[in-house]
Structure formats: structure tokens, C-alpha cells
Design a protein around this ligand. Structure first.
Ligand code: ZN
Ligand code: ZN
Length: 291
């Protein structure tokens, strides 16, 4: 909810926890912030989703490789090639994966404190065994049914070599994460394994759980607070995985594992900050989708 920097005793408020602005209930397009810069973009390697918010409303915002005070490098967006950088390479430290020897070819994931760690395996035959209605990301619930009568395995993309990924602006994600934007990858539970190679258990490590709405559960690290999973009784074998935890070599969007949906921010109609999420949706096509 807050970030306190002890060096100068400054406090930052996570803007996602703002739920009402007194006197502005009738404002049709609320805007809560004026984004001046993006910091630590270098840590993402690929620009993350800062890339999509690099020039909202037509004005460019500096993307700093690290913090904006001290030795920093400003990067600019090249629409054709994603991020460009004066040195040609964006350096970042990918946290070392734990127990990597037992997980060759798998994707490491874990929270800041290490209290929750797990691995993602590549799509395989078992990834098609589950069934699920369509998500709001693909079929807006306000205008269509989520029914999936043909049992399409929509979470498998790029000729079944990647998982679907997207952004969500619903109130539940916003208040649960503290961020107005939550990124999710849709991954079958069978493709999520613990360090001991057993399928993930929602009580593993420091993982905690709350029922955020009836039959829907959110998992987070009880120590550092990281958002980890969302899962529900309606589709117990398909799990939403918080993409910020993935530690892909190529960068924070993990594009050798995920195919991003750039056509819509899920539940954009429910966003409190309509201006921010509108800008995000307009910027999503900056993520180049390759098969
Ligand atoms: Zn943690
Ligand atoms: Zn959501």
C-alpha cells in the first residue's frame, strides 16, 4: 500500500488502493495521476508495459534505465523495434533461479523475498486437458457470454507453444494488488510445479490466500506481499499467474513463453482511472505479437 524510503523518509502511495475521489463521483473520465517518468525500466530488459505508456496523450515520457536521480540513462522508444538504448544493450540483473539444475528448460518464478518460488513448464498435451469459459480479456462480459461450447483451448497460443497473457483493470485486481494495472498469464495448473517437482499447492512456502469474491481466490506472499495467483472454482485447473514474478531471460514480458493480447485491457469499463487505462489500451499494440 505504501513505500517508505528511509534515506529521505519519503512515502509513496500505491495508486491502485484509491477507490473513490470525494466530489468527483460524477466525473465521467477520472484521471488520478500525471505520469512524469518511468524509472528502472532497464530492469525489465524489454520495457515491460512502460513501453505502452511511453507517450500517453501524445507527449513523450522519459524512460529511465534506473532511478532518475544520480547516474541514469534515458531511453527512447523506437516504435519499430521496442526499446533502443544509447549503448545498444539494456543491462539488467536477472535474479538467480533456485534449484535450476532440476528444472532445465523451465521458467523460474518467485517473489521478492523468496518465500514463494515455482516453475513454469512448456505447454504439453496435459495443457489441453482442462476446460474454461472465455475470459473477459477475449470476450467482454458486458457485451457477450463467456460460454465456450466448443471447448476451445484459448489459453494456448502460437500453435500451442505459448500461454495467453494480458492486462486487467478490474476493481478486485486493483485493490488486491495496489496497482491500477495487473498483468496475468493463463497457465494450466499442471504446468506449474514446485521446487520438489510436485504440482503447486496453494499453501506452499509463504503463500497465503483470500477469497476475494465468492468462489474466487487470490494468493499472495505473506512476507513481501507479492501478488502470485488468482484461481476459481469454476475453472480450478487453469490458473492466472502474476507475470511480474516470472524471470525470463528475454525480459519481463517473457515473450518466448507468453503471447500478449493487445486488443483489450480486461474489464477496462470498470477502471477507476479511465484516462490511465485508456492510454494503456491505446499503447498495447506497441507489444509486437509474434507467433
Ligand atoms: Zn515474498
Ligand atoms: Zn482483474
Amino acid at each position: 500500500m505504501f513505500i517508505n524510503t528511509t534515506k529521505d523518509d519519503s512515502w509513496s502511495v500505491c495508486s491502485g488502493v484509491i477507490d473513490q475521489v470525494a466530489g468527483h463521483e460524477q466525473v465521467s473520465r477520472l484521471s488520478l495521476e500525471n505520469i512524469m517518468q518511468h524509472e528502472f525500466v532497464g530492469d525489465t530488459k524489454d520495457g515491460g508495459i512502460a513501453l505502452c505508456l511511453a507517450d500517453p496523450d501524445g507527449h513523450s515520457i522519459p524512460l529511465f534505465c534506473q532511478e532518475s536521480a544520480g547516474a541514469t540513462i534515458e531511453m527512447t522508444v523506437d516504435p519499430g523495434r521496442g526499446l533502443s538504448h544509447p549503448s545498444g544493450t539494456i543491462h539488467s540483473v536477472v535474479p538467480e533461479a533456485l534449484g535450476a539444475a532440476n528444472h532445465i528448460g523451465e521458467l523460474s518464478a518467485g517473489c521478492h523475498c523468496g518465500g514463494v518460488t515455482f516453475w513454469v513448464t512448456r505447454p504439453n498435451a496435459a495443457s489441453e486437458a482442462c476446460s474454461s469459459p472465455y475470459p473477459d480479456l477475449l470476450l467482454p462480459y458486458h457485451s457477450s457470454s463467456s460460454a465456450n461450447p466448443a471447448d476451445e483451448k484459448w489459453w494456448l497460443r502460437a500453435n500451442k507453444s505459448k500461454y495467453l497473457a494480458g492486462t486487467c483493470a478490474c476493481r478486485s485486481c486493483r485493490l488486491g494488488s495496489g496497482s491500477p494495472i495487473q498483468t496475468w498469464a493463463f497457465i494450466p495448473r499442471t504446468n506449474l510445479v514446485q521446487s520438489d517437482r510436485k504440482q503447486i499447492d496453494y499453501g506452499m512456502g509463504a503463500l497465503k490466500e483470500i477469497e476475494s469474491s465468492k468462489g474466487c481466490f487470490r494468493n499472495f506472499c505473506g512476507t513481501c506481499g507479492a501478488t502470485v495467483f488468482w484461481h476459481c472454482q469454476e475453472r480450478p485447473d487453469l490458473v492466472d499467474v502474476s507475470i511480474g514474478l516470472l524471470r525470463a531471460e528475454e525480459g519481463s514480458r517473457a515473450e518466448t513463453w507468453l503471447q500478449w493480447w493487445t486488443g483489450r485491457v480486461s474489464f477496462i469499463e470498470d477502471a477507476l482511472d479511465q484516462v490511465l487505462i485508456g492510454n494503456l489500451q491505446r499503447g498495447l499494440p506497441r507489444i509486437k505479437v509474434e507467433g
